[in-house]
Write a new protein. Structure first.
Length: 327
């Protein structure tokens, strides 16, 4: 048989080469792989993710806005550096807020997905719709409700509604055995104080510093940081005399830092007790009310008590869930 005869014999009726068994197997495997992967468009991925997170049979699913039901998820802005309220451990987000959010999401039949950001950018993130909610040890205040910058007194946005879920105050702590005469806010004039930027502690420190000057004393030297961990580091190295932060955070730092040997609480009971709230943009009343109902149900079924006991903040529990209960 000549070479030309061989080529003709290896051709089909159309004159094109006949596919070998190996080629057919390769094509079949590719088709099967594509079928297994399914539709990979953004819309299809979103539908699959929503179906995975959504539970239409949850007690409060019907109370959610339709677009939230469809997505099966709420994006939550949070400063995930605030132990024990929210922090990362081995890559996972843990703490009081994430645990409560998981319990709330179970009653709503959706997932509350935490996104990390610095605290002072959260309100802007809500305004730009980057987040649906903010849940980040955020104190419910009239200024935040009304969209007013607490430093300038100017209106910078529409503000938010709060669903209040914890009641906490502000505490002071120093290096252990080195209080430098600090025994509360009345003894902090002229001292160096570290705070987290944009927090109630920051506002309180500025107010107290003005009071020091009005009383003929030296102002407080305030150092504001992006997160509380940086403030703690500053105190640990002796760069400041004290740190002010929310009671759960202060108590946790005093208990665990250096095995309990780094810091000590000063000043007695927390000052200026106020509620933490889940911040919801104005105009989202249906979502706000669904969240309120979910917090109430979590309290009723005792999942709330379990979270507070786990993180040793039972004294911060609320009996009644309020909307905009801060002053």
């Amino acid at each position: 048989m000549t070479a030309d005869t061989t080529r003709r014999a290896a051709a089909g009726r159309s004159g094109r080469p006949v596919k070998t068994a190996a080629a057919i197997a390769t094509v079949t495997a590719s088709l099967l792989l594509l079928s297994a992967c399914g539709d990979q468009t953004d819309a299809a991925i979103a539908r699959r993710e929503a179906a995975k997170n959504r539970n239409p049979h949850a007690p409060l699913f019907s109370k959610l806005p339709k677009d939230v039901q469809d997505k099966g998820m709420l994006q939550v802005g949070s400063d995930i550096t605030y132990k024990p309220v929210e922090f990362r451990s081995n890559g996972a987000v843990e703490g009081i807020d994430p645990d409560l959010a998981a319990a709330i999401g179970k009653e709503l039949g959706i997932k509350l997905n935490f996104n990390n950001a610095t605290f002072d950018t959260l309100m802007g993130g809500l305004k730009s719709k980057r987040y649906d909610l903010a849940m980040s040890a955020m104190t419910d205040t009239k200024d935040r409700q009304q969209g007013i910058d607490s430093t300038t007194g100017k209106k910078i946005g529409e503000g938010v509604d709060f669903v209040d879920y914890l009641n906490v105050g502000v505490s002071l702590y120093t290096q252990k055995g080195k209080t430098k005469g600090i025994d509360g806010w009345e003894t902090i004039c002229g001292k160096k104080l570290a705070v987290q930027r944009g927090t109630v502690s920051h506002d309180l420190a500025k107010d107290k510093s003005k009071a020091c000057e009005a009383g003929g004393e030296q102002p407080i030297s305030i150092e504001a940081f992006d997160n509380d961990s940086e403030a703690q580091t500053r105190l640990r190295t002796g760069g400041v005399d004290a740190v002010s932060s929310d009671y759960p955070v202060a108590a946790y730092a005093v208990k665990v830092s250096g095995g309990g040997n780094d810091f000590q609480m000063v000043g007695g009971a927390p000052l200026k007790a106020a509620p933490y709230g889940i911040a919801v943009p104005k105009g989202q009343e249906q979502l706000r009310d669904a969240l309120k109902a979910a917090v109430e149900l979590v309290i009723k079924n005792h999942a709330y008590d379990g979270v507070l006991a786990k993180w040793n903040v039972k004294d911060a529990g609320v009996k009644e869930v309020q909307i905009n209960g801060g002053t």
